[in-house]
Design a protein around this ligand. Sequence first.
Ligand code: ARG
Ligand code: ASP
Length: 709
Amino acid sequence: MKRMLITITALAAMAFQNARADEGMWLPSLISQRISDMQEKGFRLEAEDIYSINQASLKDAVVLFGRGCTGELISPEGLLLTNHHCGYGQIQKHSSVEHDYLKDGFWAMSREEELPNKGLTVSFLERMDDVTGIILKGYETGMSEKERVELVKKNSEALISEVTASGKGLRATVEALYYGNQYFLFLYREYSDVRLVGAPPSSIGKFGGDTDNWMWPRHTGDFSMFRIYADKDNNPAPYSEDNVPYKPKKYFRISTEGVAEGDFTFIYGFPGRTQEYIHSEGVRYIEETGDPHKIRLRTLRLGIMNRYQSESQKVRIQYSSKNANVANAWKKWQGEVKGIRKMNTVARKQEFEKEFARWAAGGEFDGVVENIERIYRELEPYQFATDLYSETIRTVEIANFAMSMARLFKEDESGTTFDKTKAEELANAFYKDYHLPIDKEVFTAMMSEYEAHMPCAFKPAYHNEMMQKYGSVEAWADYLFGTSLFADEARACGLTSEDFTKVKNDPAFIYFNEFLKWYHADVQPHAARLNQELQLAYRDYMRGQMVFCRTQRIPKDFYPDANLTLRVAYGHIKGYSPADGIYYTPSSTIKGIMEKDNPEIFDYNIPQRLRDIYAEKDYGRWADSSGEVPVCFIATNHTTGGNSGSPVINAAGDLIGLNFDRVWEGTMSDIVFDPEICRNISLDIRYVLFIIDKVADADHLIEEMTLVP
Ligand code: ARG
Ligand code: ASP
């Protein structure tokens, strides 16, 4: 018995390799449980300095930027720092061939020049509370998962309307942690008047483009700046000329002291999604099927976009943001698959599951892992159909647009109405960035893929009819793009409430609608049912893993998977070895920018200004001890998508950097974290200051900040 215990422990510990290393995304309200570990590693503040509802704390200087990035306050006048790629959508929306802010950058030299945003909000977390008791009130053992979901929904809605009733701009969410073993309420205050203050040219902010994306060594100046505006009482208010800069409860001081290998680093932000506790079958699907198919489909789409974009400046601007989005996950998935394989994740998880099952036999968790495996096998065809559907049919722009326009028609007894204002808004935004030849080629490529890979049993009758009628995907494309009214901007913009029938008979609308109907009839319900079963099983498995590790004395500190709620991740600055014979040091400098500089390649063609500064070594106060300007550094913090723009804080709680990426070899950290390889990439704050000061000549912004020492 003793021997068996040892083998179990060894194997299981292997599955959770180095569980006590820098892995983990911790809840700020529970940070007192980690604070002594943080302090042992160098941190000099207290738990109350990180999160408090009684006094101003660091959390009050961090915001959820939009619905997928993080930002932080860096001045008493509402100045906000985030990544260039997080502000990219906004910068792009203000750009045209005449004012190409993407290419040339933008700097407001006065408050009046700051640009009002288009659809952007930032949210401050007011508080977070464990509300499991309230959310599960009325739950009885034996309830079905469906009943439980409904109960949770009902109780959450009641709680949310209660807590948001008093106060301007309050917004709340209830989030499940540990697969619904726990529920937390998050109360936010949301500001919508957020103006663009500055962005470097993309040859700095996106330096290295998608070639350098997810890579180390890195030299991207990935930052942009905004300012939050409030009404005269500092409360959220829609855009108005009368609004004034928001006065934060807390903002970050900026450390110009510099960083070195081994220094403590702390990231405060909104990580989006991780799946650290999933079953081997879930990983196997991602590794063998999900990721490889999605990668292939995106390779085709990117090839088409890149070709058109390289031929025209107009198209390059139009598709820059779309292209970056498609390319980003495409490249990440490739690193993820490699990392999952290298870590031997599936086999290691299987070993763990075997031990778990043996331990669980006859007890509360008997059959849990076997059940999950069965559900995954049933789910697989529906999961595949969903993945294929979303990476093919759903990527056709004209069809998405046709559906959005159709949704603006409302029918009731008195007749049909059409929201003309909204339609104009939608159409303007759509056609500004639409290039039909790209869309048509994408349609052809994606439908060929759909045709080739979607199992026949799944294909809707509509698809087969169209293939029969037109004989080929190309001919189908000619018909759809040749006759859809949405292919003609003037026609689409001239729609009135009389035109509902025309829209409903439009080939682009029919295409989207038919596949949507198919998806909602033949795929989604099965996937949803199985996913609900999976949730239920995972709730037990999650609890089971905790009990197993505790009773078997496997050292493992559990943290809830990321779900776009505020988290703390701490670690230290450290290099890594991506492959045998190579070691990467943890920081990069302006020298590396000059080594990569290449006027022939768009993404590496830096502004002449930067070349001149380099030639004259005109670095002002921003050089480090080696005499160069630092640019980026890597550290061991556990981060994911959503952490972009997160403040990187030193042991004293001051800002030393801006998180923006991870190293490619470590992108499997959303599923399995390897402390040897997983590194987050941050922009050194001194490079930000250098660019503002020397390249943008916007030192009035630096004057607002508090620099230490
Ligand atoms: N990889 C980073 C993140 O996941 C930055 C992406 C933006 N840059 C780009 N070249 N697409 O968001
Ligand atoms: N670049 C990511 C983001 O936008 C961060 C990451 O995935 O590491 O949030």
